[in-house]
Structures are given as C-alpha cells and as structure tokens.
Design a protein around this ligand. Structure first.
Ligand SMILES: O=CC(=O)O
Length: 328
C-alpha cells in the first residue's frame, strides 16, 4: 500500500477526461500520498482514514454527504479553478472541512479565452474557416464582413481578477471599456485600464458593442442575462459568456439570436456541457461555441495545481489558506 507519512490526497483519477494531468503527478507526489477514487472504492475501509485532502479536477470527484461522512480525517477540499458552483459550500463547511479555489492561476488564460471569442465573433473566424477549407463554397463578400474592434465598446460584467485582465487586453485593442461589479474598483485601478464604472447593468447593456459575462454563478447571478437584458442590448451587439452557462437564459438567447435582437453570441460555457447534438444553438450561424476552454493552457493548468498544493498545505498545517472560500 505504501504512502509513508505523507498526507493522503484523494483525486478522481489520473489522466482521462476527469483526471488530473500526468504532468502534475510528480508535483502532487512530492507532498501527498495520491489515492484515486478507484483505489478508494476498492479499499474504502483502509483508505477513508488516510484521506486528509481532496483535489477537485473539473468538478470531480463529486462531493456529497455520503462521501464526506466516510472521510473522518478530511480537512480541506481544493478546487482546480475559480468557480465553486459545483460544490455545496454549506454542506462541506458543516463537516468542518475547509475549501479553497485557484483564482490567481486562471485569470490570464481565461481572459485570453474571452478575448479570443470576442475577436473570433467580431471577425467571423469560424465562418471564414469554413469558406477557406471548402473550396468552391458559395459566399458573398458581405457574408464575411465583421465588426471593427478598435473603437468599439466592451461591457465587462464582473470585474474580478479575470474581468480586470480582460480590460487590460481590451485597452491594448483600443476599445472603450465599461464595467459593472458589485463593488467599484479603486480609481487608480480604473484609470490604469481606462475603464468606466456602470453602477447599473442596464446602462452597460445599452451602450456595449460586446457584452462579456465574467461573474461567478450564484443564486443571485442565475439567469442574470435574460430576455429583458438582451432586449436592452443593441441589435448590433455580441454576447460573450466565459463564466457559467446558467448565468445566461439560454432559451431567451436562442430567440434573441434567431430574431435579430442581438447580432451574435460566443460561448465557452453552456448548460448542459456539452449541449445535446440536436440543440438549436448548435445550428445557428451567428453563434460560436467552444468546449469550456477557459483556463486550458499547459501553464495555467499547472499553476492551478501549484495553487491547490499551497492551499492544501496551509490548511493541513493550520495556517491561513491563501484562497479560502467561505460559504456565503
Ligand atoms: O471554469 C473554470 C474555472 O472555474 O476556473
């Protein structure tokens, strides 16, 4: 069995779709005795006492009451990303277990995903790809006319670390920047990226050519962007969502895209993920969808593991957890 004195870390699997990447195993093994869910389930009695921490990779393993009840020595659950909507925070806290996310590691790569979608939609990259790779395909010049990004207005909803990095990038593209956030950023921070605060989301929606949704999914932000909000947007505006699918009312979005209420959408997140094969969103020409590419770069995924290691070690040593998440 092995494991020595190292604290036991439960992970869903190594490799595969829901498993930590092989390149991270050495880093984790330096600090922890790794236990996969398969090993745990095969030898539950022995393993359950060893587990002191869980590392969630893409929402796995699934944390429920039964699992929490079976882990008497569990002290902390560390997430490999920033969004914690997949976890019942109150339930976990009721077991005296701490939680942490990884906001620093993900901010640049996720902001890049947002900008990539903005540019791809503005300049009709996907339609252009189909034209270029289908010789003989009929199209008119007008079919590929895009929207000029320079001088356009981006409205960022959610100005946390990812939103701020989007503003930095938008500034480099000479865009006008509006933002909405629960709390206003400091004046120096606004000035550094040239961002203007909109206290009301409505005024941002009315002015933006590109609306970028970056908020976390909470009961307060569920379907934050619905029919009413889309109708406030300009008919020439594009909606970009890199947060969670459920922040946007997807039925309302389909109608808005079909009836010209808004120009286009670019979505890295949907509900469910992936969408069923026959979903209308997959058939609309004015939509770009990517499979939750968010943080997925080699560097960012490694950094989330480093951030998780830091968080877990702090929790196990009774020190303040750098990115602790508390139930609200
Ligand atoms: O989706 C990615 C994250 O929550 O960091």
């Amino acid at each position: 069995m092995g494991g020595g004195e190292l604290p036991g870390l439960l992970v869903n699997e190594i490799g595969g779709i829901h498993g930590i990447l092989h390149g991270h195993v050495a880093l984790l093994k330096k600090h922890f005795y790794l236990i996969t869910m398969k090993e745990f389930l095969e030898n539950r009695k022995h393993m359950s006492k060893k587990v002191q921490a869980i590392y969630l990779w893409w929402h796995k393993p699934i944390i429920n009451r039964e699992l929490l009840q079976s882990l008497p020595n569990l002290k902390v659950i560390a997430n490999s990303g920033v969004g914690m909507d997949h976890l019942d925070l109150k339930l976990v806290a009721s077991f005296g277990v701490k939680m942490a996310n990884a906001p620093y590691a993900v901010s640049s790569s996720t902001a890049d995903t947002g900008m990539a979608l903005l540019l791809a939609s503005a300049r009709r990259l996907v339609e252009g790809y189909h034209v270029a790779t289908s010789p003989g395909m009929e199209y008119s010049e007008a079919d590929l006319l895009g929207v000029e990004v320079t001088g356009a207005t981006v409205g960022i909803i959610g100005m946390g670390s990812i939103g701020y990095k989007i503003a930095l990038r938008a500034k480099a593209f000479e865009m006008n920047i509006l933002y909405h956030n629960r709390t206003r950023r400091k004046e120096q921070e606004e000035q550094a990226v040239g961002a203007t605060y909109c206290e009301k989301i409505d005024s941002l929606l009315q002015q933006a050519d590109f609306v970028m949704v970056v908020v976390s999914l909470t009961p307060q932000t569920h379907k934050l962007i619905g029919k009413r909000e889309m109708e406030l947007m300009k008919p020439t505006a594009t909606l970009i969502n890199i947060s969670r699918g459920a922040v946007v009312d997807q039925e309302a979005l389909v109608t808005a895209l079909q009836t010209g209420v808004i120009r286009a959408a670019a979505l890295d997140v949907t509900y469910p993920e992936p969408l069923p094969r026959d979903h209308t969103l997959l058939k609309l020409k004015n939509v770009i969808i990517t499979p939750h590419l968010g943080i997925k770069t080699d560097k960012a995924t490694y950094m989330v593991t480093e951030e998780a290691v830091e968080n877990i070690l702090a929790a196990l040593n009774g020190l303040p957890i750098p990115s602790e998440v508390l139930p609200s």
